[in-house]
Write a protein that binds this ligand. Sequence first.
Ligand code: DUC
Ligand code: ZN
Ligand code: ZN
Ligand code: ZN
Length: 471
Amino acid sequence: MTIFIRGGTIVTAEGRQRGDVLCAGGRIAAVGDGLEVPTGAAIVDAGGMLVMPGGIDPHTHMEMPFMGSVSSDDFFTGTAAGLAGGTTSIIDFVIPDAGGSMIEAFEAWRGRAEKAAADYGFHVAVTDWSERVRDEMTELTRRGVSSFKHFMAYKGALMVDDGVLLHSIGHALSLGALCSVHAENGDAVAHLQKALLARGITGPKGHPLSRPPEVEGEAATRAIALARVMGAPLYVVHVSTRQAAEAIAAARMSGQRVFGEVLAQHLVIDDSVYDSDDFAYAAGHVMSPPFRPKAHQAALWAGLASGQLQTTASDHCCFCASQKAQGAEDFTRIPNGTAGIEDRMGVLWHHGVGGGHLTAEEFVAVTSANTARIFGLYPRKGTIQPGADADIVVWDPYASRTVSARTHHQNIDFSVYEGMELTGLARSTIAAGRLVWHDGTLRAERGAGRYLKRSLHAPITGMGTGLGDNA
Ligand code: DUC
Ligand code: ZN
Ligand code: ZN
Ligand code: ZN
């Protein structure tokens, strides 16, 4: 399929220009002003529109077994919803069972992802340490996995202690892979959960009380210190507090390579949602880290604007009301997670660019380009230049829509953005050179997504102990 995107304003993280984009054979073939239209090309009129790299969501959980349930968007429905919102690639998480093989889990996730409608890569979680884990990490890097995830929370399930983290960070460093952390102190969360339940606090109000901002600040600070000791880079997923944002900024200013990700939800929704006595509403917002007091949002916006925080994600992890209901008597049993892949770009545009926090170029950086760079996908993804994948969103900056679970494409009966009016939307989405979303019509194709082998970083030397995992 040859597509000619005519007469838009092409915006990348580097700048903007008026012009046309020619897509052929799944790639961008030419970018320029007044390009000739090849015979037979489908024309997408981008007059008055912005032509930007498709979004990359670096943090999703499609059909993930979790907390006694399975997240309700599968790789097809979840990626299709992403396309409707302008997101053309995801990096999902492979989560092995405690003590289970990472390779077997990776193969299971690859099997499930074969139905994806958009391109996908994988981070793999390290949940314990052994010689086998070390060998499997090495093997996974040969299979295109260039980042490993560590949960510092979820005690008794996924949580790793500092010893595991040090081993993994050291070994990843020697491989040129990047370690990431879900930064919450799992011992503190377990302690607070128990204390709250003992006091009879069993409803969703207990959820944020069991995970206060300090719990995230402590874990982020600790992980950053451990990465510094090892001389390794670190990526902190879903930074939701001023404490964690400041810890990352301070580390960067001292010369450490630390990256921070922000969820669109945390930028615009605060912890007042847990005040509701409507269980379905409050439980629908149960995710970890939880929504925070409003004052934290300014630190997250400032982090994105200054470049101290680099990426935005959705942590897309859908659970329907019937699934959330398993925690009706005990908030610690409510499956954690909210939907967000379809609305991440729209929320970032309306509140970020419309709200004066970000320029259009910075919007591209935090929704696509920075993620491609950090996670080994650039310049195949994250930019508009000849040779790059034809993953493009034609963005109408003036059209408006109202978000609702009744009209979204995500397979969930709830939206944390219900009723939110957003100006700016994906008019057309082109993924791997195919027009998959246009004027409200979704033509997602089951299985069209491809597995993304990601590249490793060049090893960084000269910082920390330089011991790698020889300890
Ligand atoms: N937090 C969530 O809310 N869901 C999935 C996993 C996580 O850490
Ligand atoms: Zn997490
Ligand atoms: Zn997550
Ligand atoms: Zn070791």
